[in-house]
Every structure is written in C-alpha cells, then in structure tokens.
Design a protein around this ligand. Structure first.
Ligand code: HEC
Length: 146
C-alpha cells in the first residue's frame, strides 16, 4: 500500500507535463486565410511565403525571441500585442522603441544588436503584415522562384 501513493503522484505529474505542450501547440497553430497581398512594405503569397526582406524580419523576430514577451503570434504576453501596436505606432516610433528600448517599462534595448539595427525595417514590414492580417502566424518561407 505504501508504494501506491508515489505512483499515483507520478502519473499526475507526467500528465501535467504532457498536457501543457498540447495546449500551447494548439494556440500556436497557424491562423489566417492564406491569401496573397502586396503592399509597399511586403509581398506575401498564400499567407506564409514572403519576400526576402520580410523573411529576414521574421528571422530577426525569431532570433531575438521577441515572442518571450510579445507572444508567438504577436498578440501580447507581458508586452503589448504588436498586431495592435503596429496600427498606431509610426515607423519612427517603432524604430526608437526597438533601438532605445523602454527600459523602465520592461522593453529591452536592441540598439546594440547588429541583426536588429540591420533589419529593423524588415522587422517592421513583417509586423505590419501580421497587423494587417496578411501574414499568417507560424513558420514563413521564401516565395518560390524569388
Ligand atoms: C523582456 C520582454 C520583452 C522583449 C524580449 C521584447 N519586448 Fe517589446 N516591449 C516589452 C514591454 C513590456 C513593452 C511595453 C513598454 C511600455 O509599456 O511602453 C514593449 C513594447 C514594445 C513596442 C511598443 C509597443 C507599443 O504599443 O507602444 C514594440 C514595437 C516592441 N516592444 C517590439 C519588440 C520587438 C520587435 C522585440 C524583439 C526584437 C521586443 N519588443 C522584445 C517587452 C519586451
């Protein structure tokens, strides 16, 4: 009898560690209607294939792990939902925010990171595409033949 309790506890623990990733991956599932769009900032095909610059913007987002605070779908966590912010912020304000940070409010300063200073406009284009609802969440790919 004494051995049964730890076994029960173990099975509960393994459930909580297995069930959580399932819930998270459901939230990460691609969303959007997979359409084509072309604006002055970005080109997107099927919602998940983008021009080379926008792809670099997405890669910068991933490399900097902006999702830790802004969420994997840019819909906010401890930091604001950038899908909303990008409807309001000017390009200049965006630039200032990521290169100077808002340290007292928890937004780090990426101004010393070459990948960000080289790609901030690409990052802006990617986030605009998300905010416009033209770029889907999830993995992005190059446009074939480009
Ligand atoms: C450690 C957490 C954290 C990380 C990592 C982070 N941010 Fe933020 N970010 C924040 C917080 C918190 C704010 C809100 C600051 C405020 O209240 O003004 C913010 C604000 C912003 C804003 C302004 C939003 C608005 O509505 O004014 C932008 C744009 C932004 N972040 C982009 C990024 C990008 C791009 C990255 C990755 C290169 C990134 N952030 C990484 C925490 C983070």
């Amino acid at each position: 009898m004494r051995l049964k309790r730890p076994a029960l506890l173990l099975s509960l623990l393994s459930c909580s560690s297995l069930c959580l990733p399932v819930a998270v991956s459901a939230a990460d599932a691609p969303k959007g209607n997979g359409h084509d769009a072309k604006t002055a900032l970005y080109t997107v095909v099927d919602g998940n294939k983008v021009d080379a610059k926008t792809l670099m913007g997405w890669k910068t987002w991933r490399a900097m792990a902006c999702e830790r605070c802004h969420g994997p779908n840019q819909e906010g966590l401890v930091g604001p939902a950038l899908v909303n912010s990008l409807k309001v912020l000017t390009k200049d304000q965006f630039h200032t925010t990521i290169t100077q940070g808002r340290l007292e409010k928890g937004m780090p300063n990426f101004g010393g990171v070459k990948m960000v200073t080289d790609n901030w406009e690409n990052l802006y284009a990617f986030l605009k595409g998300r905010s416009d609802g033209n770029i889907m969440t999830g993995h992005l790919y190059p446009i074939p033949g480009k």
